[in-house]
Design a protein around this ligand. Structure first.
Ligand SMILES: *[C@@H]1O[C@H](CO)[C@@H](O)[C@H](O)[C@H]1NC(C)=O
Length: 431
């Protein structure tokens, strides 16, 4: 929008000369009009610039209301269209929500590389260091992906996007992530994972044609289940965190929109995704930071010295699963908000099928960083984390050809290499 305003001012200056010369420049009326326009222009520049400098309050609401100013106009629409333009035969055009997020960035880049049309949407909230999101945005910008700054709760914005581009698919990755943060800010889970999801589905069901939707659920829906490996057919009615509960609610809401409106919906239960450009709130990430700083790290253990283990899944494997989900998604069957026939409804585990104890994770990091970690062992608090996750991926293998191929050692090596180049040499420090 900043560019837009400036180019308008530039045009005004250029157009001024032929016209102005005919009028007498020294006439006080002309002078007054001219300076009024300049003054008005400056006010406009000031107003349109202000949303990009984040509000000191940092509250969700102020961010949202300001961001409504940052979209619209012919130059903006042109940018949206160009980013979403399909450049390969049989390509798809995808709206990626949460595009400045970890998975969103990788999926957007992969789609763009194949020649698909990609438009990003992200509210750039400050749940974790927004400079990392801005760096991912810059990365995508260079590959031709534009990220619209806005919230999925902004229905007018979503409607506008569908008016400008007839998206064939939506990759919905925007969410409030994290398990323990729900005790600090429970409302943000409801705002993004439930209200935001419904807002998106409402716009998708009314769009013509309706897009097919692939969205991020979570392995956390398995909650306190003890039967392993976790299978999609297992009951998921004992979530251990509000985060898990909102993702589970999302799966039920997806069922409803599929049933009533004929939306094609695929939910992906991600299992502890890690890799370059990852999320700083995840253990492998802040362990790396703290080990390098010589700061003590807390390792959780379950009752009776039980191991805490995670089915760590490397980002490239997840991206393949996401793209395969988009490629195998059938068309939605509704139009004009009405269902015309049964539509596809799927849920897949995207894991790695080999849980690794968190102590092994730390050992690998110590070797890669060549630094011994200072460890303190803590009891696993009963505030959301579960003892282990382990995916049965036979369904994803059968339906998507999903075959994870990166083990934790290989994946962490790539993560550490990225971490050192991004934060290393005193350039920035992980907050
Ligand atoms: C994994 O799930 C499939 C059904 O999708 C089931 O047939 C198979 O027995 C499960 N495997 C294990 C090891 O539980």
């Amino acid at each position: 929008m900043k560019e837009n305003v400036q180019s308008t001012l530039g045009k005004f200056k250029m157009e001024k000369s032929p016209y102005m010369h005919r009028l007498r420049w020294h006439s006080p009326i002309v002078k007054l009009t001219f300076w009024s326009f300049v003054f008005l222009g400056l006010i406009l520049v000031f107003f349109f610039r202000s949303p990009s400098t984040s509000s000191p309050l940092g509250s969700d609401v102020s961010r949202r209301s300001l961001s409504t100013n940052s979209w619209g106009g012919p130059a903006w629409e042109k940018r949206v269209r160009s980013s979403a333009k399909v450049r390969s035969r049989n390509g798809i055009s995808v709206l990626v929500t949460g595009a400045a997020g970890f998975v969103g960035t990788h999926v957007s880049a992969a789609l763009k590389r194949r020649g698909d049309g990609v438009l990003g949407l992200d509210n750039f909230n400050d749940y974790y260091d927004p400079t990392l999101k801005r760096a991912r945005q810059a990365l995508l910008e260079r590959s031709g992906v534009y990220i619209v700054e806005g919230d999925i709760n902004d229905k007018a914005l979503l409607e506008k996007l569908f008016e400008v581009v007839a998206f064939t698919h939506v990759m919905h990755l925007a969410a409030q992530a994290g398990v323990r943060y729900a005790m600090v800010n429970p409302g943000s889970y409801i705002h993004s994972n439930i209200a935001g999801f419904v807002s998106l589905l409402e716009v998708c069901k009314s769009a013509n044609p309706q897009p097919a939707i692939v969205w991020a659920s979570s392995s956390s829906v398995y909650g306190l289940n003890t039967k392993v490996p976790f299978s999609e057919k297992d009951r998921t009615d004992q979530p251990a965190s509000l985060y898990a509960a909102t993702k589970k609610a999302g799966e039920e809401i997806a069922h409803t929109y599929n049933h009533i409106y004929g939306l094609s919906l695929t939910g992906l239960r991600f299992f502890t995704v890690y890799g370059p450009w990852g999320r700083p709130d995840m253990a492998y990430f802040f362990f790396t930071k703290d080990i390098l700083k010589g700061k003590s790290i807390q390792i959780f253990e379950a009752a009776n010295h039980g191991t805490v283990a995670r089915d760590f899944t490397y980002i490239d494997d997840i991206v393949k699963g996401c793209l395969a989900s988009l490629d195998t998604a059938e068309k939605s069957t509704g139009s004009g908000g009405k269902k015309k026939g049964p539509a596809q409804l799927r849920v897949f585990n995207l894991g790695n099928t080999s849980p690794v104890p968190v102590t092994n994770l730390v050992n690998i990091l110590e070797r890669l960083l060549k630094v011994k970690a200072k460890k303190s062992i803590m009891k696993l608090p009963r505030n959301g984390d579960v003892q282990f996750t382990h995916a049965n991926i036979s369904s994803a293998r059968r339906e998507l050809g999903y075959k994870p191929s990166t083990d934790l050692q290989t994946g962490l090596k790539k993560f550490v290499k990225w971490y050192l180049s991004y934060y290393g040499e005193g350039k920035k420090s992980a907050k």
